[in-house]
Design a protein around this ligand. Structure first.
Ligand code: ZN
Length: 630
């Protein structure tokens, strides 16, 4: 780092004087009674990892420049700051440094607050939030119970990554090449009972709402649209020969049904499970599949594998018999967990059929092709051939015709499916907000209405998967309903739950009696939300969902949490993202100490357009500093 500093300009003196004036004059305190048009600007709040990094500096410098401009234009500005304080890194750091996640987190918050103040950002610190505070998460617990009453929170069994050596559930990012990150043991899939929020009930509204978000980038909206993944099609029943049963498949291309040459089931489809209990070969295959990642990104590149069952399915439209397979590329969570394999007109089916020598029957020809003798894969729409009474129809007409026919013979219904799954919010971790539920042998699942359920912080933190399971004072309780001995839920919430409603709570962070008061409706929605593109799907989708839930609870009236979304570019050093492992991290504190915050902010704002990547440059900082000194 260059240290050629102009002695005539003392950044420290100038900045401290300005900052103490802003503070004493209450320049940045929010005021609902100001007559100007309201402008609520929010930068995604940080995880308190220890120190602010250059990504924070860029994000927050952009936000701060904008609120100062809006303020000078006469708007009534609100810009709060807080801490996304729960999560796994605190537990890992606590184990590594032999401390407690709570004390580690609070220490980091105090340090980072000092740094943000040194940066001179115009925050209303009177409305600061730390999500690990019971004052905050008690309202999350309260909202969860409202959701539970409305049937939007429910418990079901679902598959988790299980480390058999550490005897703990692992997050996906803790599984490295199929092994536990700490134990190096082969990770198993286990089914355990977990809490889910029914985001799928809002799928259509979340999709439709994207059309009204005019100040969001097309890129982010497209990512959300694909994640919700709406498709319309037909659920078709195939008869299982020799049994009274049927297998249901979902297809968005019923016009290709005459080209079906096999049925494929997901390894954990109910019929596949039934077979695996009787047949060792099938069990061996499905067990192996269950160990594989089911992330869709992995499925796309997966080597396709299958096993043929002894069963035959009958296509009720033409009486044709096709074999039933179990295949590793079918997802039980999408559609019905079973597909009709049409190798001539579907890429994945084509690949699978090639591996196992299954028939490829062409039933669609391109509109512009005269000959009916086509070969290879054709996934487009066209004109039907080899399809009985539907020959000669164009695909769109055939989709309608085939669907109609299937309905007549009671072998199909029109369906809308979404790729979006319900949101699993249970985490088998200590450092999170407790889920306010009690289990009683007599009464079953009982909501805990005595809120907050406080996460205990006064005990020695140990290297255990979920230490709450080892604190009887926490989980041994009396049933609120019958008074008998009962136990508390020891799972905590996914930290995405806390960040899904913090923008609303900022507006009334000091309100002790309710989740949101009338100030929420004054400030919400956020006029400008700034953060990284990596949050395009999960955080932003969950926040939109919870905002709509809060609206339906009568807590506020707007439909969406964020009017305008801005995603800033990354800060790079030597062409790549700053990271400890690459050793290319530049620490903001060094520059605050040696150049002052204004130099750093000036460099951040003028080195690259805000939406593009910014390459770190020490000489650029020098340049900004010289400019600042005049
Ligand atoms: Zn009871």
């Amino acid at each position: 780092m260059s240290m050629k500093i102009n002695k005539t300009y003392s950044a420290r003196d100038v900045e401290q004087e300005a900052q103490s004036y802003w503070s004493s004059a209450k320049i940045f305190l929010a005021d609902e009674h100001n007559s100007g048009e309201k402008f609520y600007s929010l930068c995604m709040f940080p995880y308190p990892s220890g120190n602010i990094h250059m990504g924070h500096v860029r994000n927050y410098s952009i936000g701060d420049a904008i609120i100062r401009y809006q303020k000078m234009c006469g708007k009534n500005v609100f810009q709060p700051m807080g801490w996304d304080a729960f999560g796994l890194p605190a537990e890992n750091a606590a184990i590594k440094n032999n401390t407690h996640p709570a004390s580690w987190t609070y220490k980091n918050i105090n340090n980072m607050r000092i740094q943000l103040k040194q940066m001179g950002y115009g925050y209303d610190w009177s409305r600061e939030i730390a999500t690990c505070s019971p004052d905050y998460y008690r309202w999350e617990q309260w909202l969860f119970l409202r959701l539970y009453e409305r049937g939007l929170a429910y418990k079901k069994k679902s598959v988790v990554n299980w480390d058999p050596v550490d005897e703990t559930v692992l997050a996906n990012e803790q599984v490295i090449n199929g092994r536990g990150w700490r134990s190096d043991a082969l990770v198993e899939k286990r089914e355990i009972s977990q809490w889910f929020l029914k985001i799928t009930d809002y799928a259509e509204e979340l999709l439709d709402g994207l059309n009204h978000l005019e100040e969001w980038s097309v890129q982010v909206k497209t990512m959300q649209k694909n994640w919700i993944g709406k498709s319309t099609g037909v659920q078709v029943s195939f008869k299982i020969k020799g049994t009274g049963n049927t297998v249901e498949v979902f297809t968005s291309r019923p016009d290709t049904i005459f080209g079906c040459s096999f049925i494929a089931l997901a390894p954990d489809h109910s019929f596949a499970r039934e077979l695996s209990e009787r047949e060792p070969d099938i069990k061996l295959f499905t067990d192996k599949c269950m160990q594989m990642s089911t992330a869709e990104s992995d499925l796309a590149t997966l080597t396709k594998k299958g096993i043929q069952t002894d069963y035959i399915a009958i296509n009720l439209l033409n009486g044709e018999e096709v074999p039933i397979w179990i295949a590793n590329y079918i997802l039980s969570s999408y559609g019905t967990g079973a597909i009709m394999g049409v190798p001539a007109h579907d890429e994945r089916d084509h690949e699978f059929a090639g591996l196992y020598d299954l028939p490829v029957k062409h039933v669609i020809k391109p509109v512009d092709k005269e000959s009916a003798n086509i070969e290879g894969l054709f996934t487009g729409k066209g004109i039907l051939i080899n399809s009985g009474e539907f020959n000669g129809l164009v695909s769109d007409d055939a989709i309608e015709g085939v669907t109609q026919k299937l309905r007549e013979i009671k072998a199909g219904t029109f369906e809308t499916k979404y790729r979006l799954r319900d949101w699993g919010v249970s985490r088998q971790r200590y450092w999170g907000a407790p889920i306010p539920i009690i289990y009683c042998d007599d009464c079953g699942t009982v909501p805990e209405n005595d809120l907050p359920v406080v996460l205990p912080e006064e005990f020695e933190f140990t290297d255990k998967s979920n230490v709450l399971k080892n604190i009887p004072e926490f989980y041994n309780v009396k049933c609120p309903s019958c008074g008998k001995n009962a136990v508390r839920e020891t799972d905590t919430f996914d930290t995405f739950v806390e960040s899904s409603w913090y923008s609303a709570r900022f507006t009334c962070a000091d309100q002790p009696n309710m989740m949101l008061d009338e100030r929420a409706d004054y400030w919400a929605p956020v006029d400008l939300y700034i953060g990284g593109i990596e949050h395009a799907i999960l955080h932003l989708l969950y926040a939109r969902f919870i905002h709509k839930v809060m609206r339906d609870e009568g807590l506020l009236t707007s439909d969406e949490p964020f009017v305008r979304l801005f995603t800033q570019g990354m800060v790079l050093k030597d062409g790549s993202k700053m990271s400890k492992s690459k050793g290319n991290v530049v620490n903001p504190q060094d520059y605050i100490d040696n150049y002052g915050a204004d130099t750093l902010r000036l460099f951040m704002m003028f080195s690259a357009p805000p939406e593009q990547q910014l390459e770190w440059s020490d000489s650029g900082v020098d340049g900004a500093h010289i400019a600042k000194s005049y």
